[in-house]
Design a protein around this ligand. Structure first.
Ligand SMILES: [Zn+2]
Length: 348
């Protein structure tokens, strides 16, 4: 089973630096390294879902191999840039779990002997290492992009670690992850960090407007997406409506004197993804409160309460990601938020 996949281009082939927005820090870091010819042999491209981690990785691969003059790299138009965008450049390798290859239509489910694996396995890492051992075919630098890196299972991570400890020449690894804690500390310590943050609402809104989303909807989707363009793109009018209904349910569960609504809500959403959706939704709500407070537009909002609520939410979210019982985590979330509300005025 070939797991080192070409990546089918999802956008136009021309993708110069200006195409990535709102990630100035990470872009500055790699551009400086590229300009000095000092690209590190391994990076952890780390940040929330849907903020441009894979786009940045592709741009790095293009810039490192672009055939245009140095100041114009990546040009997005030369043979190397277009081949990398299409996923057919011989010195750039994408490694993904089978489940993602199937989801992206890069592999036929019927060609697999077993159900598509959600993990990147040791054989796939060994195969990558064998490919990287060859000399450059036509570029200046071999680039291996592993995404999402947290799907590497433990054996695969240990195999990768060996390669990272003795990196092949002229090679850069980009480990793309939104959950760096799920990688072995030994793997993380071998990588320089390229941190990407959530996108500003305006950036997401602008991208949606460019895609022809009506202004009011673009704004609502941008706010609801918590800085993730990928999420904003998947929100439909129907999904927004459902989301608003859920938000009203959470509001009611926090407001009612009785705990019953909160417990019912936790029971109704007792699976990981729906529970995470409630966390994200309420984080967006709290962000709105904080922004409104900053604007002086929101009487009676207690910023300290919102900040404490965000802290509490973060703890519950981590619990959910570490496979905590979703129902118990949601109960913990809602009852905790109720308690914070009940405390009323902020303490100094
Ligand atoms: Zn180019």
């Amino acid at each position: 089973m070939i797991a080192v996949a070409c990546r089918v281009c999802e956008g136009p082939p021309a993708m110069p630096w200006s195409e990535i927005e709102g990630q100035e820090r990470a872009v500055r870091l790699v551009r400086r390294a590229l300009a000095k010819g000092e690209l590190h042999h391994a990076y952890l491209v780390v940040g929330p879902e849907g903020v441009g981690k894979e786009l940045l990785s592709r741009l790095v691969a293009q810039a490192a191999n672009c055939e245009s003059p140095e100041t114009e790299r990546p040009c997005g138009a030369c043979v190397a840039c277009t081949q990398i965008a299409r996923g057919v450049f011989p010195d750039v390798f994408w490694v993904r779990p089978q489940s993602e290859l199937v989801a992206k239509g890069l592999v036929n489910k019927g060609d697999l002997e077993t159900a598509p694996s959600r993990e990147i396995r040791v054989d796939e890492v060994r195969q990558l290492a064998r490919r990287l051992a060859f000399a450059l075919v036509r570029g200046r630098r071999k680039v291996a992009i592993v995404s999402p890196a947290e799907t590497l299972n433990e054996r695969a991570q240990n195999a990768l670690l060996k390669t990272l400890e003795e990196p092949p020449p002229q090679t850069t690894f980009l480990l793309v992850t939104s959950a760096p804690d799920q990688l072995l500390a030994t793997v993380r310590s071998r990588c320089a960090r390229l941190p990407l943050g959530p996108l500003a609402d305006e950036v997401v809104e602008r991208k949606l407007l460019k895609q022809g989303v009506p202004p009011q909807e673009a704004k609502a989707r941008a706010v609801a997406s918590l800085g993730s363009l990928a999420k904003a793109l998947t929100f439909t009018a129907e999904a927004l409506g459902e989301r608003n209904a859920l938000r009203d349910q959470v509001r009611a569960a926090l407001r009612e004197p009785d705990e019953r609504l909160a417990l019912d809500l936790a029971e109704e959403h007792a699976e990981r993804d729906p529970a995470l959706a409630i966390c994200d939704l309420w984080a967006a709500e709290l962000h709105d409160e904080l922004v409104a407070y900053g604007d002086g537009a929101h009487e009676g909002t207690q910023p300290l309460e919102a900040l404490r609520a965000l802290d509490h939410l973060k703890v519950v979210r981590e619990g959910l990601l570490q496979n905590g019982n979703p129902r118990l985590q949601l109960e913990r979330l809602l009852l905790g938020l109720r308690e914070l509300r009940g405390e009323g005025a902020p303490r100094g």
